[in-house]
Design a protein around this ligand. Structure first.
Ligand SMILES: NC(=O)c1ccc[n+]([C@@H]2O[C@H](COP(=O)([O-])OP(=O)(O)OC[C@H]3O[C@@H](n4cnc5c(N)ncnc54)[C@H](OP(=O)(O)O)[C@@H]3O)[C@@H](O)[C@H]2O)c1
Length: 266
């Protein structure tokens, strides 16, 4: 099996997500910074850090022939310009890993002439604690993505490309929904008598405590461990469900999905 982590690996775009990926690789592997190349129009702190560790910033096209995998982390509006020089410079076996929302694999394949895998990670890849949905028709390309991102994220392999948007609505946007829920919990705590500072610290601590639970445990089991029968948590959960907790989650996911489809012109 091809070892994609031994590179060279090229990442195009070092904004919010690209920087998170590079930071993750520098701190958690598997990409050796000496085998990493970064394309970035403007200087970025994490690119400077990678350069100090041996990475090459803005390589010339003659340096791309040995690249095994290209990670696309630019905005959808600029991707065609960002990949324009790649087809003539890359080896035929190079795999394109697109992190872009709303750009179909077929379009990227047509523009680059290379195998394409779509991977939708969260920015917690920087801490090696992300989650990433992955899809490709090509199993070799999925393998490339799993090798490069496995140390940074839980890789969830999807059955269809359309599910990428659903995964984004659940996991990509999800942390913002959870922060919003924590804010609402803090507001409820203030109404019930806490000071605003204490309420925010306690609500954020609750999110941190939930995140510290063993990730392979069943969600029902995790809930049951806290909500003992007839207790306060069970009463709170019942009230939250009756007030529309499930309906709010469904509304959030379907609105994010609808917006993703509008933005990608589907
Ligand atoms: N942010 C997230 O949480 C997230 C999650 C999943 C997927 N995504 C996807 O990731 C992609 C990037 O999102 P983002 O939030 O990281 O955006 P961003 O912060 O705007 O980063 C995009 C970067 O691309 C750079 N860039 C522009 N033209 C370029 C070119 N021709 N070659 C190389 N780099 C170029 C920009 O450089 P300058 O800064 O120098 O202008 C910018 O730093 C999007 O397609 C998005 O759908 C993002």
């Amino acid at each position: 099996m091809q070892d994609f982590a031994s590179g060279p690996v090229l990442i195009v775009g070092c904004g919010r997500l690209g920087s998170a990926v590079v930071e993750g690789w520098l701190d958690h592997g598997p990409v050796d910074p000496r085998r990493l190349m970064i394309v970035t129009p403007s200087p970025k702190a994490v690119a400077d850090r990678a350069e100090r560790a041996g990475a090459r910033i803005n390589p010339g096209s003659e340096q791309l022939a040995s690249v095994q995998a290209v990670v696309l982390a630019v905005k959808p509006a600029v991707w065609r310009a960002a990949v324009a020089d790649l087809p003539g410079a890359l080896d035929w076996d190079a795999v394109i890993i697109s992190l872009m929302a709303g750009v179909r694999a077929d379009d990227i394949r047509e523009a680059t002439g290379r195998s394409v895998v779509r991977l939708m990670p969260t920015t917690a890849v920087a801490q090696g604690r992300g989650v990433a949905a992955v899809w490709s028709e090509d199993r070799g390309a999925v393998e490339a993505a799993a090798q490069l991102f496995g140390p940074l994220a839980d890789i969830v392999s999807l059955a269809t490309e359309d599910q990428i948007d659903v995964a984004t609505a659940v996991a990509g946007s999800g942390p913002a929904y959870i922060h919003a829920f924590a804010r609402a919990m803090a507001e409820a705590g203030v109404e019930a008598g806490l000071s605003p500072d204490d309420a925010v610290r306690l609500a954020r601590g609750a999110v941190r405590s939930a995140a510290a639970a063993p990730m392979d445990d069943d969600l029902e089991k995790l809930i049951a461990r806290i909500a003992s029968p007839g207790g306060t948590t069970q009463a709170g959960l019942k009230a939250a469900e009756e007030a529309g907790l499930g309906a709010a989650a469904k509304a959030a996911v379907s609105a994010a999905l609808r917006r993703a489809r509008e933005l990608s012109g589907q």
